[in-house]
Design a protein around this ligand. Structure first.
Ligand code: SF4
Length: 353
């Protein structure tokens, strides 16, 4: 039986343990949680229904203002066309997020979710970040609980962890001053979990946070998970700077190394002992570090990613087909399997060798 890491122990590991030891420790923990050596992935598609956003995060290259020439809100027909393409490749999930549009209210979102859910019942809508949900509540003058209840009734199934960045108001005040406070992010997820809407937790590191901030971030997630058990997975990635205001302001900001990614991932696997799944972020780290992450605690390769607009606007330009994903998993000696949003296995893939 494992003993739970304290914050001090986790910080010590993060700062002082060698990478080899961290990999071994995280792999041992992963094996306890996933003894069959199965690495999963999901076939899904990001749909960014709008790029209009008033939050102006300094690390973001995706958002536009309403009057910008390339600002958009997708029509239902455009969304349908994207889902049709996803169905053709066997997809089961859409990761559905904005922009935080300044004017769209709950009724618009209800129509949208209902439209997708009725027309595409086999597609799971994994959508709307905490800040979108919080703002829909504000602009519609209703509570978060009502937003969640109404969207769930129309077919919203699951909520992504986006917008967590680093759960420290000191860091958030620098990189995203208009974004919700850390406690609000936590509370939206708490409310969702209470309504039986499961979610994921995320972290974007590599800006102005300290190691202590990262451990506090892990701790907030672990505490909420102790309370609700509603997080299915944890996903972390590094700040992608290209085209962002933050990099323009702090041009000598150092890009986090691959070693740093693996180090933090291993400590996450060890600290978040109550979160069952850890996703590797090959979209930001590239396929080979994404594969290596499977030796540092990750048990899921995330999505084949047909379309990704947010981090690709900021310079992350990797894409991967299903066959490549299966190959990477098998190449490191694990069993490849396709999963759904709930991390249930849908299909295993035979090793070709
Ligand atoms: S990260 Fe999200 S909330 Fe922030 S500016 Fe970009 S689209 Fe808006």
């Amino acid at each position: 039986m494992h003993t739970r890491l304290t914050k001090e122990e986790a910080l010590d590991l993060m700062k002082n343990a060698d990478l080899n030891t961290l990999g071994r420790m995280a792999s041992a923990r992963k094996k306890e949680l996933h003894p069959k050596g199965i690495t999963t992935f999901v076939i899904d598609r990001n749909i960014n229904y709008t790029n209009i956003c008033w939050v102006d995060c300094k690390f973001c290259a995706f958002y536009r203002h309403e009057k910008d020439a390339d600002a958009y809100v997708l029509t239902f027909e455009e969304i349908d066309a994207k889902i049709d393409e996803l169905l053709e490749i066997g997809g089961t999930q859409i990761l559905f997020q904005g922009g935080v549009h300044p004017k769209l209210k709950i009724a618009w979102y209800e129509d949208l979710v209902e439209h997708i859910h009725v027309k595409y019942p086999s597609i799971t809508i994994h959508g709307f970040s905490s800040i979108e949900l919080d703002f829909i509540a504000k602009v519609s003058r209703i509570t978060i609980e009502e937003v969640l209840t109404r969207l769930k009734a129309k077919g919203l199934a699951s909520i992504p962890g986006a917008g967590a960045e680093i759960l420290s108001d000191r860091v958030r005040d620098i990189i995203a001053p208009k974004k919700i406070d850390a406690e609000v992010w936590v509370n939206v997820h708490r409310q969702a979990h209470k309504l039986d809407i499961m979610s994921t937790a995320t972290m974007m590191y590599g800006t102005v946070e300290s190691d202590e901030d990262i451990i506090n971030h892990f701790d907030m997630i672990r505490n909420l998970q102790d309370e609700t058990g509603g997080f299915r997975a944890f996903i972390m990635w590094s700040f992608q700077g290209k085209n962002t205001e933050l990099l323009a302001r702090i041009p000598d900001m150092e890009k986090p190394s691959s070693n740093r990614y693996l180090r933090l991932l291993a400590v996450a696997r060890l600290y978040l002992d109550n979160v069952p799944n850890i996703q590797s972020s090959w979209v930001t780290q590239g396929p080979y570090i994404g594969q290596m992450a499977l030796r540092f605690g990750a048990n899921d390769l995330g999505s084949t990613m047909m379309e990704e607009n947010v981090v690709s606007s900021a310079g992350a330009a990797y894409s991967m087909a299903k066959e490549e994903m299966i190959h990477l998993i098998q190449d490191i000696g694990e069993i490849a399997a396709r999963r759904n949003t709930a991390y249930e296995t849908l299909e295993f893939f035979e090793c070709a060798q």
